[in-house]
Design a protein around this ligand. Structure first.
Ligand SMILES: Cc1cc2nc3c(=O)[nH]c(=O)nc-3n(C[C@H](O)[C@H](O)[C@H](O)COP(=O)(O)O)c2cc1C
Length: 453
């Protein structure tokens, strides 16, 4: 009895080829099949795996998606010329729309989608939400899309709903997303992260059960009640030296998975008060061993992570490092903190260790920070790194509101790339609107070309 329905799912037996021109007929026929009581899912999947000819694959349920992809003749976001030839400066290509090359990575323009946690994962897995979210920026011409902070070990998540890259099983979806982004001509990377003392917190838009958290295993360079980020955060415990080595290796394994997923770059997250920043800053690092005290000691874990990531990620692909240039507590907290001078010093070291691009953010490590946010507020930090560490490419980020401000930053040689986060959430078409502001006709994806007017 169980074998008979298989015939019903054989496209030849059903002569489904003739329905390919008539979707409504096909749908009615499919509905009739679904209504058959004796057909189980087991049979359906079995039927699906029965070898089919290429013609059948294209006319029924199995097909190779790549065959249906429209090839982009020119990468979306590429400079095509001025919109108005008569405007001043129309003869020049704005730097924002000049390609950027580093190692094997070539971007069609200088605009990067900054990593943004979406708290939309379970057990670290990215989903079709991420495919639509990140894929959309590629369709709309972003030069490089950096996927959100993805934890290198489960306890390194900010919340139970963070993305992760601690397990080989995570590779499959990341690869699928990367292949889509790359199929549009954009480039994709991922941010490798460990949340340190800011881990195991409630995600913003849901309330997972208590059993999803790991409040006893929130780790940091130094632990104890006095080292909570604030009263709403979990009390961290100090990492033993052997555990630090495990974390370092976890970054390396994550980088190897990123390579397997075919990503164009990885970014090490050393900013915003997460684990690496906790080690860098004397406010959060009270250790007296080889990982605490001097700048060299506080930066030790970062340097080890860089070496491990470099060893596990193809040499021809670039590594980005994101840091907070300052704890932003000067004049607020007494005693030493993390600042731009130390940032410039480590920028020199990390360049030697194999970091190709330095992404300059700020703050996030200390609750009492004084953040004065205005358009381009972090650019002065990026500028100091750029001026003092020649040869190290620099990304500026932070309320870069549009094409004109972005171009000004690049023209005055304060950065090489511009990253935008919230601007992309407000307007996934940020790149093409920035182009318009600069009198640039930029390539629309072929399918969206009609939207130009
Ligand atoms: C929703 C959201 C999620 C974020 N998640 C991350 C993250 O995963 N990693 C990170 O380094 N920064 C993260 N950030 C910070 C942004 O990457 C960016 O540095 C910051 O928002 C300033 O840029 P903007 O003014 O263009 O938004 C996040 C910001 C937002 C708005």
């Amino acid at each position: 009895m169980l074998h008979r329905p298989l015939r019903a799912f054989n496209p030849i037996a059903l002569n489904l080829g003739r329905f390919s021109q008539s979707p409504s007929l096909l749908n009615r026929h499919r509905a009739a099949l679904v209504a058959l009581p004796s057909i189980s899912h087991k049979h359906f999947f079995h039927a699906k795996t029965t070898p089919m000819s290429a013609y059948q694959q294209k006319t029924f349920h199995g097909y190779a998606e790549e065959e249906f992809r429209i090839k982009q003749d020119v990468v979306p976001g590429t400079y095509l010329g001025p919109i108005d030839n008569t405007k001043p400066g129309a003869d020049k290509v704005p730097i924002l729309f000049q390609p950027f090359h580093i190692k094997d990575l070539t971007m069609a323009n200088r605009i990067v989608v900054a990593p943004m946690c979406m708290y939309s994962s379970k057990n670290g897995f990215m989903t079709n939400f991420h495919l639509a979210h990140l894929g959309s920026f590629a369709i709309h011409g972003a030069g490089l899309v950096i996927a959100e902070a993805s934890a290198v070990e489960p306890r390194g998540r900010i919340s139970p709903q963070d993305a992760g890259i601690w397990d080989d099983a995570h590779i499959h979806k990341i690869k699928e997303i990367a292949e889509f982004v790359q199929s549009q001509g954009s480039k994709m990377g991922i941010q490798l992260a460990h949340a340190g003392r800011k881990a195991s917190m409630r995600p913003p838009y849901s309330n997972p059960p208590d059993s999803d958290y790991w409040r006893e295993d929130v780790v940091a360079p130094s632990g104890g009640e006095g080292l909570k980020w604030d009263q709403t955060f979990v009390t961290p415990r100090e990492l033993a030296v052997e555990e630090i080595q495990q974390v370092v290796r976890a970054f390396g394994k994550a980088a190897a998975r990123a390579a397997k997923a075919g990503l164009d770059m990885v970014e090490i997250h050393g900013a915003h008060g997460y684990l690496i920043h906790n080690f860098l800053s004397p406010v959060t690092n009270k250790r007296t061993d080889q990982y605490g005290g001097s700048l060299e000691n506080r930066a030790r874990i970062l340097m080890e992570v860089i070496r491990e990531v470099r060893a596990n990620f193809p040499a021809e692909k670039p590594i980005f490092l994101r840091v907070s240039a300052s704890d932003l507590v000067e004049g607020v907290l007494e005693g030493p903190s993390w600042d731009i001078e130390q940032t410039v010093q480590i920028a020199k070291w990390v360049k030697e260790a194999g970091v190709d691009v330095f992404h300059v953010s700020s703050g996030g490590n200390v609750a009492q920070q004084k953040l004065n946010a205005y358009p381009g507020y972090q650019v002065p930090f990026a500028e100091q790194v750029k001026k003092q560490v020649p040869g190290l490419a620099v990304v500026a980020v932070g309320i870069i509101t549009g094409g004109k401000l972005a171009e000004e930053v690049l023209e005055s040689e304060r950065a090489d790339l511009i990253a935008v986060a919230r601007g992309f959430l407000r307007d996934p078409n940020f790149v093409l609107n920035a182009a318009k502001e600069l009198n640039v006709k930029a390539k629309f994806s072929q399918q969206y070309e009609r939207g130009r007017r």
